[in-house]
Design a protein around this ligand. Structure first.
Ligand SMILES: [Zn+2]
Ligand SMILES: [Zn+2]
Length: 410
């Protein structure tokens, strides 16, 4: 019966300082469907801070261990495990899902019917909240995004884990599991499709062959794209990386919008072709600037709203051009609303959608991101490492904006 001595940063109650606590993991008590991971690094994401601060309300358990950008080594697997992982493998953790609902089965992983209960409210396979017992005797909820990686060791849902190359240096890239994959894949999801989606739907519904639904003279959409990214944090950086490293031919204009000049300078390093400091500008002024800078001056075709500020969604919609597509990625407080000109939305045939985790499949996107990063790294511009003992300083620096991506190194 192997047991492991571990440490975790426990959030005792909403907005109360994290406390580094000791606990012991007995592998006999790890629920089915989970591996034990020894974390090397865990990024601190804005969602961790929102969950801890109470922004999401009572659905977030307390006391709890947060953290959902973990990476480390598989320490233990159940005897009956038959998947791709082995003890000693390096892994990155992303998000968990039920594997049984229609969205999971269709590969729309972040669309899982129980995405929020499982990832934010920490429900496990049995749809119960899983706990660990601290050495002090207190029970603490774990399983945040199937990982609760603000810890030296933690049982993790198999679905949350992706094996990576043994030579991967984990602390710099640990934020790929949420922030970067979200920004990167969201931008990917906003690209124009090459055939009308309705054709694809009809084809599968009616079992037709390709020719039946093609019309002569129809070409792939070659409209030069304009991507505007609101909020240059880790998610915004991921969107810029997508545009500059994967789709620079298709997206000749990339506009970064933020209120901080240092972040805009970073955006330029990451491939933004234009920047707008929106401090002191009205929503209409910012939207007009985006439209002016856009390809052909016709407005953005793709907008990623990563600031979490509802007013930026409003500005982003105003900045959209004909058939423009906007993704809401930054999380505001529940109940937030904005005014929208519904006629304009219809008349310009625009799309506004909420996107969770970039609508991504981490098994496909994480290895691709690691490959891109190996070719020409960018995380050195974002990451600041902290010891777990210095969590308060990490949070302070993140709040002040002096650190874009604080990473705890265990
Ligand atoms: Zn599901
Ligand atoms: Zn996150």
């Amino acid at each position: 019966m192997p047991s492991f001595k571990a440490r975790a940063l426990v959030a005792p109650a909403p907005a109360e300082p994290f406390v580094l606590e000791n606990f012991t993991i007995n592998t006999d008590n790890i629920p089915a469907g989970q591996a034990l991971v020894r974390f090397i690094a865990s990024g601190i994401c804005h969602t961790d801070i929102s969950a801890w601060s109470g922004l999401f309300g009572p659905m977030i358990p307390s006391p709890a261990v947060f953290g959902h950008e973990g990476s480390g080594i598989v320490e233990w697997l159940p005897a009956d495990y038959a998947g791709p992982l082995q003890v000693g493998d390096k892994v990155m953790a992303s998000f968990t899902r039920c594997q049984a609902c229609s969205f999971c089965k269709a590969g729309q992983l972040s669309g899982c019917h129980v995405f929020t209960p499982k990832n934010l409210a920490c429900y496990d396979e049995r749809m119960q909240q899983q706990t660990i017992k601290l050495d002090s005797g207190v029970d603490v909820v774990v399983g945040f995004f199937g990982q609760s990686s603000f810890a030296s060791h933690m049982p993790c849902h198999f679905q949350s884990l992706v094996k990576v190359d043994a030579d991967t240096a984990l602390p710099p890239v640990t934020a790929f599991g949420c922030g970067i994959i979200t920004g990167f894949s969201t931008a990917l999801s906003l690209m124009p499709s090459h055939t009308p989606r309705s054709f694809e739907q009809l084809r599968s519904l009616m079992s037709l062959n390709g020719e039946t639904l093609q019309r002569d003279g129809v070409e792939a959409d070659a409209t030069p794209q304009t991507l505007a990214v609101f909020g240059i944090g880790c998610v915004g950086a991921g969107s810029l990386v997508f545009a500059s490293k994967v789709a620079s031919k298709q997206i000749p204009v990339v506009i970064a919008v933020d209120i901080d000049d240092a972040r805009l300078a970073l955006a330029t390093k990451l491939g933004a072709t234009h920047t707008i400091n929106s401090a002191g500008l009205s929503s209409d002024e910012v939207a007009a600037k985006v439209r002016e800078l856009s390809h052909g001056g016709t407005g953005a075709t793709m907008v990623v709203e990563a600031s979490g500020v509802p007013a930026c969604v409003e500005t982003g919609i105003k900045a959209l051009g004909h058939r423009g597509r906007l993704a809401i990625v930054g999380a505001p407080a529940p109940g937030s609303s904005i005014p929208v000109d519904v006629f304009n939305l219809l008349n310009n045939q625009q799309t506004i959608r909420g996107v969770m985790m970039g609508d991504s499949d981490p098994l496909i996107i994480l290895p691709l991101l690691l490959k891109l990063h190996k070719q020409s790294p960018w995380m050195q511009h974002l990451v600041q490492e902290y010891k777990p003992e210095n969590m308060a300083q990490a949070l302070k620096d993140a709040k002040a904006g002096t650190t874009i991506k604080p990473v705890l190194v265990w």
